[in-house]
Ligand binder design. Structure first.
Ligand code: GLP
Length: 238
């Protein structure tokens, strides 16, 4: 695992965007795995800026998002489809029919999603954030390392952490659909970004913890091409 340490979240965003943009320049039809949450926002801002300056085109790129809340349609302001449209897709030249986010309303989506990824040729580069309890996507502690895309029950701590985006904790869905740990590990390259002091414990587990399903992120230790970008606060327990 390659570790890149930077000062703050803005620098983390710049560093991640540089890697993504290089991969798209080398392979314009890149299959890019995307994440939601606040962590990748500075990265998306840099990608949008590169696009607006004419330095980067997404016209041949296909994207697959990691996860979606169950029960929310793509037009719900807290759905991850809505988040992606607002924070990235509507600001770049990507074709919307090449952007995939699991459908939170379709009960058969879990079985379809891995097939869709395979049909696209597999994910070339997967972007990841990191949950406080070490979850990646919505794969909570205890998820099998062999999991494919599946329906998950969210833990209290994740519901609590994500409540800031909703009017109240009661409105946070208690289930999600998420690419599994095996689906994530199938990506040819992985780029995880973690910023802020509240991620320091999960980052310490990710880098030097024992391989364990109790800390889902530890599976990344076994990926042949994984880079993590950390700011000073997130790296503070290393
Ligand atoms: C959510 C998402 C994850 C994300 C994590 C961290 O639970 N499902 O994909 O990585 O939260 O979010 P943030 O980046 O806002 O800290």
């Amino acid at each position: 695992m390659k570790v890149i340490k930077v000062k703050n979240s803005e620098e983390a965003g710049l560093s991640a965007a540089t890697i993504i943009s290089n991969r798209i320049h080398n392979k314009p039809n890149l299959v890019l795995g995307l994440a939601t949450g606040s962590t990748p926002l500075p990265t998306y801002e840099c990608l949008i800026a590169d696009h607006k300056q004419g330095k980067l085109s997404f016209v041949n790129v296909t994207t697959f998002n990691l996860d979606e809340y169950r029960g929310l349609s793509g037009s719900h302001p807290q759905s991850y489809r809505f988040f992606m449209n607002e924070n990235l897709f509507k600001n770049i030249d990507i074709r919307l029919d090449k952007t995939f986010v699991p459908n939170g309303l379709d009960p058969n989506e879990a079985t379809n999603y891995d097939n869709l990824i395979a049909q696209a040729g597999g994910i070339d580069l997967q972007i990841l954030g990191l949950g406080l309890n070490g979850h990646i996507g919505f794969n909570e502690p205890g998820t099998s390392f062999n999991s494919l895309t599946h329906i998950v029950g969210l833990t209290d701590s994740t519901i609590e952490a994500n409540a800031r985006f909703f009017d109240s904790k009661d409105e946070v869905p208690n289930q999600a659909i998420s690419m599994g740990l095996k689906s994530i590990m199938n990506a040819k390259e992985i780029l995880l970004i973690a910023t802020g002091k509240n991620k320091a414990q999960a980052v310490a587990q990710l880098v030097k913890g024992n391989l364990s399903e109790e800390w889902p992120c530890t599976i990344l230790q076994t990926h042949p091409n994984c880079t993590i970008i950390l700011d000073e606060a997130a790296a503070s327990q290393l």
